[in-house]
Design a protein around this ligand. Structure first.
Ligand code: ADP
Ligand code: ASP
Ligand code: MG
Length: 620
């Protein structure tokens, strides 16, 4: 007998018939000898409808009232599903988030779960009842007992958090697709189903736009080792398992806001090659990295900054032993990449920096917590360490710094994030130990010893905008100021890129920094940073909202040359210009023009051989 948490999304409970079908599945699961907590979303597109109503009355409705409004959607479904269960003879009781005691921060519309009371749930379960819980909502830890919501798509997070709190055997997420696919089947019908994916990979995919799982749900599954499966509520197919490493016994207090960083790592064996002033047109990155891959040079981080005029800078890091080879390739290709064939002064220039180190913080609690990266930058600034390059991912933020400053940087970061000095290998240890948390039943999925494909999935995010800050004084502390300000306003940042070029203006060396933020935060961030710029001495803050971000994710790309080149080539062949590139260990993201986003997704998916012969039809 198992304790299972099942979650049914909006489409799965979109009509009376669907609710009856869900009741049948729940009933059968209980008949098979299991105890069940069922989490449900609002019916169909109810939440969208409620948002529309609010927007018809106010352009900027109060976040508290939005929570009052949106939390009603789920309350309808819990009552109806309980009735449907009782009707077929299955004892059931519905509960709102507040009734359960899903206690959250008082942060309206994006509250994080602090802890979950399990007494009442357990009492009903012991009485043989199915407990039907409203997803997406909670109650604030403050005296006022305010109703809160967790953010759009947050029912997944409610379900996994309940599974963690109840120490359930596993959590099943029922939705309108057969599981996790190589990409969104609504955009690419040839997407293929995966039998399993690691939580690190899924965390990246979910955060990069694959909305099949709420990223915070994956984060909780990873931190607490909750076995998680995504399945269709229309069939009995097994779906996709999300595998997590063995958890380090974590407390259930401060469930979603516990320690965000659990490792500080460094690598002094790094060198950077930058190509300055390459033309801003399709095919340049493909050519450069194509040649690099042919020479079997494995690059680590790649960044391409926004163009100034009509040229770009591309920089990448390699390990020191292969620097000579990497530099030779870059130097050989530079003349062919000149922007102005008749103006040698404008020729692409190769710049090598040897004495650099990469310092990183890692941990699965950084999602949607912009303060964590800001704290890293502030720590480095206080230690008077200048940041040369930044790479961000959901589980890691890395900064390239001068190698002479590495020890100082690491010591400062360890002290800020309270990390003992023996943790450099956390990442490797974790990777070696996936999959230890599967329940004996349902059946074990494929073992991870099956060769890992370099790219597991592809995602498209059309909900981001790009901000560029011009002419920021190049000295320690500026990144800390900028991202600290954004964090204060709870604005999460992705793809942070500093230009490689340094320009002297008014006697001060200056660089540009570009980054992406969620579309809804764009105007606000621009306004705030423009105001701050007048005081802190940076230039114009430019907003571009016509962008799309397309990303590839896969832990198999580690140590495999040529993956980036293949992505860039697919874009080049289709005349898609790359505006920005940013990478982390297991993902590569490119910003392209918004109208080319969907095409970019398709051609990249195809290029990595992810397309299957069968086409998926998603229920309307
Ligand atoms: P629910 O209402 O059940 O929570 P969602 O609409 O939130 O469902 O998430 C399911 C949808 O996620 C699918 O219909 C699909 O269009 C989309 N999706 C995006 N990326 C992927 C992916 N990689 N695999 C599966 N589905 C995806
Ligand atoms: N009903 C909420 C939404 O549409 C939560 C969820 O479905 O996960 O965002
Ligand atoms: Mg969802």
């Amino acid at each position: 007998m198992s304790l299972i948490v099942q979650k049914y999304g909006g489409t799965s409970v979109g009509s009376v018939e669907r609710i009856q079908a869900v009741a049948q599945r729940v009933y059968q699961t209980v008949q098979a000898g299991n105890s069940l907590v069922v989490v449900v979303s609002a019916m169909g597109k109810t939440t969208d409808g409620l948002v529309k109503l609010a927007n018809a009355l106010s352009a900027n409705p109060s976040r508290r009232e939005m929570d009052m409004l949106l939390s009603t959607g789920e309350q309808v479904t819990i009552a109806l599903l309980s009735m449907a269960l009782q009707e077929i003879g299955q004892p059931a009781i519905s509960m709102t988030g507040a009734q359960v005691g899903i206690v959250t921060e008082a942060e309206h519309t994006r509250a994080r779960i602090l802890h979950i009371e399990t007494d009442r749930l357990e009492r009903y379960l012991n009485q043989g009842k199915v407990v039907v819980v409203a997803g997406f909502q909670g109650i604030s830890s403050t005296e006022e007992l305010e109703i809160t919501t967790l953010g759009r798509g947050g029912s997944d997070t409610s379900a996994v958090a309940l599974a963690a709190a109840l120490r359930a055997d596993f959590c099943e997420i029922y939705t309108d697709v057969p599981g996790i696919l190589t990409t969104d089947p609504r955009l690419v019908p040839e997407a293929q189903l995966m039998t399993q994916i690691t939580s690190d990979e899924m965390l990246e995919l979910a955060s990069l736009g694959a909305k099949v799982l709420h990223p915070r749900a994956v984060e909780i599954a990873r931190n607490y080792g909750v076995p998680l499966v995504v399945r269709s509520s229309w069939t009995d197919d097994p779906g996709t398992w999300v595998t997590s490493p063995k958890p380090i016994g974590r407390s259930l207090v401060n469930l979603e806001i516990a320690k965000a960083v659990d490792g500080v790592e460094f690598d002094t064996n790094q060198a950077r090659v930058a190509l300055l002033r390459v033309p801003d047109k399709p095919g340049v990155a493909a050519r450069l990295f194509g040649e690099i891959a042919r020479q079997k040079v494995d690059v680590d981080l790649i960044i391409q900054s926004i163009h100034e005029g009509n040229s770009n800078d591309i920089a990448f890091t390699v390990t020191t032993p292969i620097l000579k080879r990497a530099e030779a390739v870059a130097a050989a290709i530079a003349p062919a990449l000149r922007s102005h064939p008749h103006a040698p002064a404008e020729e692409a220039e190769v710049m090598v920096e040897q004495n650099i180190a990469k310092v990183s913080i890692s941990g699965a609690g950084m999602i949607g917590r912009p303060g964590v990266a800001a704290q890293m930058f502030a720590t480095l600034a206080e230690a008077n360490v200048n940041i040369h390059m930044i790479s961000t991912s959901e589980v890691k933020v890395s900064c390239v710094v001068a190698s002479a400053e590495c020890d100082r940087a690491v010591a400062a970061l360890r002290s800020t994030f309270e990390i003992e000095a023996v943790q450099e290998d956390t990442e490797t240890e974790r990777r070696g130990d996936v999959e230890s948390n599967f329940p004996a039943s349902p059946p074990l999925p494929l073992s991870p010893s099956h060769s890992t494909p370099p790219v597991r999935g592809v995602a498209l995010d059309m909900n981001q905008v790009r901000l560029a800050i011009r002419q920021i004084p190049d000295r320690p502390g500026m990144a800390a100021k900028i991202f600290g300000l954004l964090a204060q306003h709870n604005i999460s940042v992705d793809m942070i890129i500093q230009s490689q070029r340094c320009r002297i203006v008014d006697g001060i060396p200056r660089r540009d920094i570009a980054f992406t933020v969620a579309r809804i935060d764009g105007d606000n961030a621009q306004k705030m940073l423009s105001q701050a710029g007048a005081e802190l001495g940076w230039g114009e803050v430019v907003l571009d909202s016509a962008i799309a971000k397309v990303s590839i994710v896969g832990s198999g790309m580690l140590g495999q040359p040529g993956v980036a080149a293949k992505m860039f080539e697919a874009l080049a062949q289709n005349q898609i210009n790359i505006q920005m590139i940013a990478t982390s260990e297991i993902k590569i993201s490119c910003v392209v023009a918004q109208e080319q986003g969907s095409k970019a997704l398709q051609v990249i998916h195809e290029a990595f051989g992810l397309a299957g012969s069968e086409k998926f039809v998603v229920p309307a």
